[in-house]
Structure formats: structure tokens, C-alpha cells
Write a protein that binds this ligand. Sequence first.
Ligand code: ADP
Ligand code: MG
Length: 153
Amino acid sequence: MEKIITHSRKEMQILGREAGAICSGQEVFVLSGDLGAGKTTFLQGLAQGLGVTGQVNSPTFNILKLYKTKKGSVVKSFCHIDAYRLSSAQDLKALGIEEILADKEMVVAIEWAEKVKAIWPRNKIKIKFKHLQEDERILEITDDRKNIKIKKD
Ligand code: ADP
Ligand code: MG
């Protein structure tokens, strides 16, 4: 497990952007942590790094939102899921999650992912976000893919 501390919203977005820039498709980020711990902030950077040009907001009322990346990007689409209101993975199946996970040119990120463990793939990247102090957040990252780090050394 790798631990990274960020000291500002900006630093968190940059970390997300770096993680997005090295994705090659079919990565699944499963995120947990309390409200305000920085999950959405990280994902906004991640989306930018993938090549999404529009603003990514919390999809709380939609549960699942799909974005296209700009022309020439390695990854073609980004799927942002907020499982906060879900009690099981069944609802995600109805929204087509199985096809989304099978798409090799898609990256998926799930907030409140512990609510939908049934759909976690084997090669997930798990990130736990914790609020330390005002602007300090710690990320505990467990990357189940072999020898890949979300941040380049
Ligand atoms: P979550 O999606 O986990 O509920 P958000 O990313 O929506 O969290 O909110 C995080 C809040 O904390 C934002 O208001 C952001 O400006 C603030 N913040 C302060 N420091 C940080 C940091 N280091 N990383 C992420 N967010 C931070
Ligand atoms: Mg959020």
C-alpha cells in the first residue's frame, strides 16, 4: 500500500491528473472516504488527465455519468459513478455497468465504492481518502495491477 499526502485542493487535482495521464484503458478506481475527503476533487483531475474537457461534477443525482475525451486521447471515455444512494450493485447492472467495465477504452471511477463491492473487478485501484487537517488529505492506495504506480517516481 502506498500513502500520499496532499496539502491543497490544487495538489489533489494535480495528483488525479497524473494518474489519468498514465491510464491506458479499462482502469477502475474504487474510492472511499467521508464527505469532503477529496474524492470528487481527485476525479476532476483524473478526468482532465484522461482528456475530458468539460467540467466533471458530482453525479449524486444521476448515479452514473459518461464523458467523452478529446480527439487523440488514449482513453476514449470516462465513467463517473457516485454510489452514495445505492444499497447494492443491482442498480448499476440496470444502468449497464457490465458493458462499461468491459469497454477497453473506458476508465471508470466509483465514489462510495464500498456500497457496490459486487462489481469490483480484480484489477482495481483502491484509494481511501482521509481528512487529516484543514487542507491536508491522506490517500491510501492499493493498486491490484502489478508493478504500476499511480504516481511516477
Ligand atoms: P468528496 O467527493 O470526498 O465528498 P470533495 O472533493 O467534493 O470531497 O470535497 C473536498 C473539499 O475539501 C473541497 O471543498 C476542497 O476544496 C477541500 N480541500 C481542501 N484541501 C483539500 C485537499 N488536499 N484535497 C482535496 N480537497 C481539499
Ligand atoms: Mg464527491
